[in-house]
Design a protein around this ligand. Sequence first.
Ligand SMILES: *[C@@H]1O[C@H](CO)[C@@H](O)[C@H](O)[C@H]1NC(C)=O
Ligand SMILES: *[C@@H]1O[C@H](CO)[C@@H](O)[C@H](O)[C@H]1NC(C)=O
Ligand SMILES: *[C@@H]1O[C@H](CO)[C@@H](O)[C@H](O)[C@H]1NC(C)=O
Ligand SMILES: *[C@@H]1O[C@H](CO)[C@@H](O)[C@H](O)[C@H]1NC(C)=O
Ligand SMILES: *[C@@H]1O[C@H](CO)[C@@H](O)[C@H](O)[C@H]1NC(C)=O
Ligand SMILES: *[C@@H]1O[C@H](CO)[C@@H](O)[C@H](O)[C@H]1NC(C)=O
Ligand SMILES: *[C@@H]1O[C@H](CO)[C@@H](O)[C@H](O)[C@H]1NC(C)=O
Ligand SMILES: *[C@@H]1O[C@H](CO)[C@@H](O)[C@H](O)[C@H]1NC(C)=O
Ligand SMILES: *[C@@H]1O[C@H](CO)[C@@H](O)[C@H](O)[C@H]1NC(C)=O
Ligand SMILES: *[C@@H]1O[C@H](CO)[C@@H](O)[C@H](O)[C@H]1NC(C)=O
Length: 362
Amino acid sequence: MKLHNPNFPALLCSTFLHIILLFTVTLLYLKPATSSATPTNETDRLALLKFKESIDYDPYGILSSWNDSFQFCNWHGITCGHRHQRVTTLELQGHNLRGTIPPYIGNLTFLRAINLQNNSFYGEIPKEVGQLFRLRDLNLTNNTLGGEIPTNLSSCSELRHIIVSNNKLIGKIPKELGSLTKLVSLGVARNNFNGGIPGFLGNLSLLIIFSAAYNDLVGNIPESVGRLKSLSYFAVGPNKLNGMVPSSLYNISSIRTLSFSQNQLSGTLPENIGHTLPNLQWFYLSDNKFFGSIPSSLCNASKLQKIDLSNNSFVGSVPTNLGCLQDLYFLHLSMNKLGKDLDFLTSLRNCSKMNVLSFVGN
Ligand SMILES: *[C@@H]1O[C@H](CO)[C@@H](O)[C@H](O)[C@H]1NC(C)=O
Ligand SMILES: *[C@@H]1O[C@H](CO)[C@@H](O)[C@H](O)[C@H]1NC(C)=O
Ligand SMILES: *[C@@H]1O[C@H](CO)[C@@H](O)[C@H](O)[C@H]1NC(C)=O
Ligand SMILES: *[C@@H]1O[C@H](CO)[C@@H](O)[C@H](O)[C@H]1NC(C)=O
Ligand SMILES: *[C@@H]1O[C@H](CO)[C@@H](O)[C@H](O)[C@H]1NC(C)=O
Ligand SMILES: *[C@@H]1O[C@H](CO)[C@@H](O)[C@H](O)[C@H]1NC(C)=O
Ligand SMILES: *[C@@H]1O[C@H](CO)[C@@H](O)[C@H](O)[C@H]1NC(C)=O
Ligand SMILES: *[C@@H]1O[C@H](CO)[C@@H](O)[C@H](O)[C@H]1NC(C)=O
Ligand SMILES: *[C@@H]1O[C@H](CO)[C@@H](O)[C@H](O)[C@H]1NC(C)=O
Ligand SMILES: *[C@@H]1O[C@H](CO)[C@@H](O)[C@H](O)[C@H]1NC(C)=O
């Protein structure tokens, strides 16, 4: 009778191994869940080196400082958080860089701001940007980026500003962006977007800027936009929009710039517009199908600087009180059906800043 199994140490060893194996397997199994927590500053360094690699023209040698003589937190355009020494901002605006944005950017887990404005980045916005769940600012204005806005940008729930104006982006403004309830600016102007102005805009209650000029957008301006109580800048022309402008839009007292120019929009201006839009500064309606008379209450929108109502179907006489607009310097009323009564000109003598005044074609 053996009291001791001669294989006991071996057994113990194998059990130990088994445990280690189990542990390892468990770790492997858990990897997808833990990987977002485990990337280190080395992940960031690698991602930045991949970024540098994808730049094929750097006329000012901006990225020459991205080398091993410096810790990456000291590389030009990089800011790191104090606690983790991980990249929090990537700011390389206005350096005439030409290149692509590599998918590795999605590994910069701590990134809060990307600003690549005024360069020549081409290719697509990598969908991996959707992994940057701390991202607040994305500014890619004035590059030559193509493709669509990646829908999984909607996973970046901290986003405040998405500004991708002046690129070659196509497709629709993705409906998925409707979940980004912290959005303050959405700038998509000067691209090749088609489709409509999304109805979800009205759900972005913190929105201040919506800029979609110079695209191929069709359809109506959604009624829901009238719910945006902080909206200050709303510019949707030129595009191919049609239908009536929802009157609720003229009720948003925070609006400073309202631009509908060069669409097929129609409707009348509310009698009390000068009272409901007291902060209005720039008011562009040119080249549309607006009709009715020009409300004399415009005089109460005392901050007005530019008014362009040209090439519409406005009728009646021009209000004779516009002279009360002390800051008015641009008044374009040409190509309408306004009466030839020029009494308003007398009043305009008060507008000492007046620079452009046009009334031809009435
Ligand atoms: C690293 O960048 C600095 C600053 O641009 C430069 O002075 C230095 O020569 C570079 N070092 C290497 C190894 O390229
Ligand atoms: C990366 O982190 C390690 C451990 O915290 C630290 O020792 C090292 O200096 C860091 N390296 C860089 C490039 O920040
Ligand atoms: C981008 O370029 C425009 C036009 O040259 C300039 O007004 C603007 O300040 C530039 N912005 C940045 C951040 O470089
Ligand atoms: C970083 O991103 C790239 C491409 O998206 C991926 O292939 C790579 O495995 C990622 N992880 C690390 C740790 O670099
Ligand atoms: C775009 O950026 C370039 C520099 O890359 C600058 O010269 C140009 O003025 C900018 N255009 C606009 C409209 O900001
Ligand atoms: C976005 O898409 C990329 C590529 O399919 C994927 O790796 C990433 O996990 C997605 N991001 C999110 C937050 O879903
Ligand atoms: C706006 O939000 C409401 C309430 O959360 C939701 O039911 C609706 O579908 C949203 N509208 C759009 C167009 O996303
Ligand atoms: C505009 O606001 C006024 C006063 O709050 C309200 O009576 C009116 O119904 C609103 N009009 C629209 C079209 O929302
Ligand atoms: C609108 O402006 C006129 C002319 O300046 C002024 O008499 C009137 O009191 C103003 N109305 C309001 C509500 O501010
Ligand atoms: C123009 O200015 C004069 C003198 O300041 C003032 O009496 C008059 O009411 C003003 N006219 C208008 C239309 O505001």
